[in-house]
Design a protein around this ligand. Structure first.
Ligand SMILES: *Cc1c(COP(=O)(O)O)cnc(C)c1O
Length: 218
């Protein structure tokens, strides 16, 4: 199946209210263009250099999401154009995004990445630390950020019960945080190629689908 027929198939099966981020990392700009021509406008990348190169090469009405670990020294190069940074995992990074957003007179949308998976390697705030941070009120000092919700990943396992438990935990963290934000806090980004139908059952509003659309990455 072509990229365009796969993207159309994935999109048609999504319920209303669930956004599709097409994760194009490691795939060439031509593959993004094919998905774009099939109507897709939101793309996710995990590395700053690749994100910037694709932004420059492709139509300017694409919404680019940063979904991979973001080093503080790389924020400046994406601040002018990034549409959503999904992988914000520290106060230091938040403060830096806020000041870079101010430098380019923007308000940058962010998701707070939460760590619930069993793997140590996965990044993100520990749930308790995130709740403490949000309750501290520190975000009020960062006017150039708009916190849109949270992002997370489930444990990498075939055990559906474990994956479901992780997704339900992400949903409950989002619900605990909601009273601390205004109505822009509406996004629960969870679900990838292998688990997004389950993520949607558990309340996902944004799925990040890569290999199912673009094929295996090298
Ligand atoms: C690569 C990646 C995805 C997409 O993974 P697939 O399994 O190819 O769908 C989603 N989210 C994040 C954070 C990723 O790094």
């Amino acid at each position: 199946m072509s990229v365009s027929s796969k993207i159309i198939a994935v999109k048609q099966a999504l319920p209303a209210g669930v956004e599709l981020v097409a994760v194009s990392k490691f795939h060439p700009a031509e593959a993004v263009r094919e998905a774009y021509e099939a109507g897709q406008r939101i793309f996710g990348e995990s590395r700053v250099q690749e994100l910037t190169a694709k932004y420059e090469a492709l139509p300017k009405d694409i919404e680019w999401h940063m979904i991979g670990h973001l080093q503080t020294n790389k924020v400046r190069s994406i601040a002018p154009f990034v549409s959503l940074i999904q992988s914000v995992d520290s106060e230091r990074l938040l403060r830096l995004i806020d000041s870079e957003a101010a430098r380019c007179s923007r308000v940058i949308d962010c998701l707070l990445e939460v760590h619930v998976a069993q793997e140590q390697s996965k990044s993100g705030w520990e749930p308790e630390a995130l709740l403490d941070f949000v309750r501290s009120g520190a975000l009020a000092t960062m006017p150039n950020l708009r916190i849109r919700g949270i992002m997370g990943m489930a444990t990498n396992t075939d055990d559906e019960d474990v994956v479901r438990r992780d997704f339900k935990q992400l949903l409950s963290i989002k619900e605990m945080l909601t009273p601390h934000f205004d109505s822009a806090f509406d996004t629960l980004s969870m679900g990838m190629s292998d688990d997004y139908p389950l993520a949607i059952e558990c309340g996902s509003t944004m799925v990040r689908v890569g290999s199912k659309i673009f094929g295996e990455r090298k």
